[in-house]
Design a binder for this molecule. Structure first.
Ligand SMILES: [Zn+2]
Length: 77
């Protein structure tokens, strides 16, 4: 079954996910100079992980490279 519904890929920054924890742990590491060596990269990873992509049709999370939404089968533009 094919679906002709078209949807857009919505880029969203989500703070309530895994990314938030990376950033939080990174921040804690940054309290010490030695810890900042580990903390800063952790925060950068966290900021990247906080970005999620959503289908504009059903608002479910999709893969960055997804062509078709796995939930509603809409074609991602
Ligand atoms: Zn969808």
């Amino acid at each position: 079954m094919t679906n002709n519904v078209k949807a857009k890929r919505i880029k969203k920054s989500e703070f309530a996910g895994v990314g938030m924890w990376y950033q939080l742990i990174g921040l804690l590491f940054c309290c010490t100079i030695v810890g900042a060596i580990i903390g800063i990269p952790l925060m950068l990873i966290g900021a990247k992980k906080a970005i999620v992509y959503k289908c504009s049709n059903c608002m479910n999370k999709i893969e960055k490279e997804a062509k078709v939404c796995p939930v509603c089968r809409a074609n991602i533009q």
